[in-house]
Design a protein around this ligand. Structure first.
Ligand code: CA
Length: 346
């Protein structure tokens, strides 16, 4: 039995010709049969138990059969002895199946696929202090939808899954920090194992760190300005140390609970500020050529993104790239997870 795209495909033998099903609680019945390839075909309509269909019967066109997660369907093989009366249909004992579709972990937001301009041409002076590492701006296509955590991973989430809390600033609603790249990836691996055991991960996907391109695409959420809130980032927009847009010192001395500022249009909080966020990629200079689903691996230095409570507004721009060795641990560096296609860094 295969679930694909929300429709039902029953695979059986062509000799087991007739089938019926009903959805528990609805009273709805319908009837169908396996075709010559052993694929169940829905014959939409009300079941005619007792009248039945002679076998073989013409196979109708496939009618999509929607199944909702959590529904229990009852399947029952039956046959009609055409040599006797129409009331002599015979039924097997049948089988009941409850369908539970993969459900992303709570707090994951669907990020639709698309293209964007990655990088920044911001000048080297104030207020943005742009750099060559942000250039050249180039077209990046994210070819597949993915899910991203609304929030930086909290200490409550990390403690619950990993059994300890490495953070310098303690507080369950604060982002977890002071953990290295491998520890962030280990959390993703553990989350994948937990959710896979619950049947919540579609084939080919995993929980992992975002690629740098996924991170910037999600941060921008369609914006082309230096910040996803516009051309300026103020102390009232994010947990940062200093705003070069007239805000001056923000007085930040610590992380704050995740989600303390409004989200971007994808529903993602703290993409600017609070803690910087580990990405899966290694650092590599940008190429001017358009690229699809970039994923850089192999180099020593890893990427972190988004600025943090100890950095100034220019370091929190959508395009600003941070690099550090994988063993780095800082009280200003955490992470968030994505549910996306499986990627293996080297
Ligand atoms: Ca952040």
């Amino acid at each position: 039995m295969v679930i694909s795209g929300g429709s039902l495909c029953l695979v059986g033998t062509s000799t087991a010709r007739m089938f019926r099903y009903n959805v528990a609680g609805t009273g709805a019945n319908s009837i169908g049969q396996f075709d010559g390839s052993g694929v169940f075909q829905n014959m939409a309509g009300t079941s005619n138990v007792g009248t039945g269909f002679d076998v073989p019967r013409l196979i109708p066109s496939v009618i999509p059969t929607l199944i909702m997660s959590g529904e229990t369907w009852h399947f029952q093989l039956w046959y009609h002895d055409s040599a006797s009366s129409v009331g002599s249909s015979n039924f097997s004992n049948g089988v009941s199946v409850t369908f539970n579709f993969p459900q992303p972990y709570p707090g994951m937001v669907l990020i639709p696929h698309g293209s964007f301009e990655m990088g920044s041409n911001a000048a080297s002076g104030p207020p943005y202090f742009g750099g060559s590492g942000n250039r050249p701006v180039h077209t990046v296509t994210i070819s597949r939808d993915f899910w991203m955590g609304q929030h930086e991973v909290t200490q409550a989430e990390y403690q619950a899954l990993m059994g300890w809390n490495p953070s310098h600033f303690q507080g369950l609603s604060l982002p977890v920090e002071n953990l290295n790249w491998d520890q962030a990836r280990a959390y993703c691996t553990a989350l994948t194992a937990q959710e896979a055991a619950l049947g919540n991960i579609p084939a080919g996907l995993e929980y992992r760190l975002p690629t740098e391109a996924e991170w910037e695409y999600a941060c921008r959420a369609g914006t082309t300005t230096e910040y996803n809130v516009g051309i300026s980032l103020l102390c009232t927009d994010a947990q940062i140390q200093f705003s070069h847009h007239g805000g001056g010192s923000c007085g930040a001395t610590t992380t704050i609970p995740v989600g303390s500022f409004p989200p971007n249009s994808f529903g993602l909080y703290d993409m600017h500020g609070n803690v910087s966020e580990w990405c899966l990629d290694s650092y590599e200079a940008y190429s001017p050529n358009p690229v699809t689903d970039p994923f850089v691996t192999g180099a020593f230095s890893k990427i972190f993104r988004g600025g943090n409570w100890a950095l100034e507004s220019n370091a929190s721009r959508s395009a600003t790239r941070g690099t550090v060795g994988p063993s780095g641990r800082f009280n200003s560096l955490g992470f968030r997870v994505v549910l996306g296609n499986t990627l293996v860094p080297q």
